[in-house]
Ligand binder design. Structure first.
Ligand code: GLN
Length: 550
């Protein structure tokens, strides 16, 4: 039987950072496990057209989709939980909606009308949401509305969602409101007042939630649930305790145990059975290991862990495969920053770098600009000289090449033109195709490209394939004029794209594991299916740990 498209809307109350994205992903996962065609969409009420120009230190990682969309990091959670590749249309912003409406107005599509928030902006929002559901033949689309109820920016979106409830059958929409029950140290009980106020605010807009997902340090007590049910006008089996758990991948299970699936299926008029066993098998592994592997993530945006969330998740997936817990230290590369030609200080620098000996492996993720880059180059040199497993991603790939050019090929001023335009040895250069672009947003080499892998290489052993598809986000690339000198000195280039025009992978065969990727392997990693370069990096780190212990 064909079912009409259903929509679950997830709104947020009280404050940001409650894990709405994980609750959205977990709800979608449970419905997917019921055998339904499910996907997720993120609404970001900010004015930016997309997340591409936003500082990762303020907003977290920019997640890149296969089609080159620069999206909010929640899209990464959706992909990881649902094991789906989404497109950029799964992230809509105020900027995107307004831009479409204004373009239509300029094209004369509104035929003399006065163009307004209601109905033109709200119609465009509804159109974007319904379009995904239709195009992808979805049974259920879970739509997460970013921000907090009460924000001016999110009003047009909430209004559009309210209208959708009115226009569709009552059984076709479901509202989840995510809030917080704080515990004050002095008293110790779970406070319900912030949730009461936030539900009132939502009702004022015209939305009565069907379910409350309440974040709390501890499991909600019966009394708290009773109170929330009474004040929010929601039956008590629709108040879900979202207490702290050791792994995000356990959230679907805690919601399932409280009966969220039955509540949703009943309201949406769907009859389905759910088998959670496969998911539980994967998610349980994340909490159980005693033995660990210790990794340093060295980069520029380490003050906000969310700026490298996909890298962190990929490490988690990879270490679970080897039954290891992952211990991560986030280190700001500026710590290892003394200009490379300042000989007086090289002793002090070496002392600083020695702290890296305690790690089983070192990973350098993506980044931009000069701050901290010399520190990364020093780190890359140290890992190479001391046989510490190293995985360099994008900027980490580029800076390890510079380190090799300086440290091994005697090209002492080797650099990227991103940092020094006048270097005599530009081993990393601006991609010629990008040369004429003047805009900043959406102008990088973005999204998926096919990569050919040399048969006789470590890369081939890792991927067990002569071609892979991976996602990109960069403006600079390896300058192949330096390929010969680098290869003669022991660095091999074993992955290419665009008919060998671009280099995608380097490796040093003599090293325990020294591997660099121009692409972002982390965006492909899924729980239970780690991305192979991360998997082999962890494998080498475990080997290194054993070697150190013997
Ligand atoms: N800044 C580098 C470039 O633009 C690397 C980008 C990245 O690490 N994502 O090529």
């Amino acid at each position: 039987m064909v079912i009409p498209p259903k929509f679950i809307f997830v709104t947020g109350g009280v404050m940001s950072g409650l894990g709405k994205g994980i609750i959205t992903s977990s709800t979608a996962k449970l419905l997917q496990l019921c055998g339904l065609q499910v996907s997720c969409l993120k609404i970001d009420p900010y004015l930016n057209y997309d997340a591409g120009t936003m500082n990762p230190l303020a907003h977290g990682e920019v997640f890149v989709t296969e089609d080159g969309g620069e999206c909010d990091m929640d899209v990464g959670n959706y992909e990881r939980f649902l094991d789906l590749n989404l497109t950029s249309s799964h992230n809509i912003t105020t900027g995107r909606i307004f831009s479409n409406v204004i373009n239509s107005e300029r094209e004369g599509k509104y035929l003399g009308q006065c163009v307004q928030i209601i109905p033109h902006i709200t119609d465009e929002i509804k159109y974007q949401i319904r379009e995904i559901s239709l195009k992808e033949h979805l049974d259920v689309l879970v739509v997460e509305c970013g921000g907090t109820v009460g924000d001016i920016e999110s009003l047009p979106f909430l209004e559009a969602l309210r209208q959708m409830r009115l226009e569709d059958e009552y059984s076709d929409t479901f509202f989840i409101h995510v809030t917080l029950a704080p515990i004050l140290d002095s008293v110790g009980d779970q406070k319900t007042k912030p949730t009461q106020h936030s539900v009132q605010e939502l009702r004022r807009i015209g939305i009565q939630p069907d379910l409350l997902a309440v974040r709390c340090k501890t499991r909600l007590t019966k009394d708290t649930i009773r109170k929330l049910s009474l004040f929010a006008n929601i039956s008590s089996d629709s108040v879900m305790s979202c207490h702290d758990v050791p792994s995000i991948y356990s959230v679907p299970e805690i919601l399932y145990e409280q009966g969220i699936t039955n509540v949703i299926l009943k309201k949406l008029n769907l009859i389905r059975q759910l088998d959670i066993s496969n998911w539980s098998r994967i998610s349980r592994t994340y909490n159980t290991y005693n033995d660990s592997v210790k990794i340093a993530i060295i980069g520029k945006y380490v003050n906000l862990k969310d700026s490298y969330v996909s890298v962190y998740q990929a490490l988690l997936h990879a270490s679970a495969k080897y039954s290891k817990k992952i211990e991560i230290d986030w280190i700001d590369s500026e710590k290892f920053e003394i200009p490379h030609n300042n000989i007086q200080n090289s002793g002090a620098l070496n002392e600083k770098l020695k702290i890296l000996d305690i790690y089983d492996g070192i990973i350098v993720p993506g980044g931009f600009g000069s701050r901290g880059s010399e520190g990364i180059i020093n780190t890359s040199n140290y890992a190479r000289e001391n046989n510490i497993p190293y995985l360099g991603i994008c900027f980490g790939f580029q800076l390890a090449i510079i380190a090799f050019a300086r440290g091994v090929c005697n090209l002492s001023d080797a650099n990227t033109t991103e940092i020094n335009q006048n270097t005599n040895n530009p081993v990393i250069i601006y991609m010629p195709e990008q040369q004429k672009l003047t805009n900043y947003g959406g102008t990088m080499r973005l999204g998926s490209h096919l990569i050919e892998v040399d048969l006789n290489s470590i890369a081939y052993k890792i991927y067990n394939n002569i071609s892979i598809i991976r996602r990109h986000r960069h403006r600079y690339e390896f300058n192949q004029n330096y390929k010969e000198i680098m290869e003669n000195n022991g660095m091999k280039f074993t992955g290419y794209s665009d008919n060998k025009k671009r280099i995608e992978i380097f490796e040093i065969p003599e090293h325990i594991f020294y591997f660099g990727i121009q692409y972002h392997g982390e965006f492909h990693s899924r729980p239970g299916k780690p991305e192979p370069s991360f998997e082999h990096f962890i494998k080498a780190s475990i080997k290194n740990k054993k070697k150190k212990n013997n």
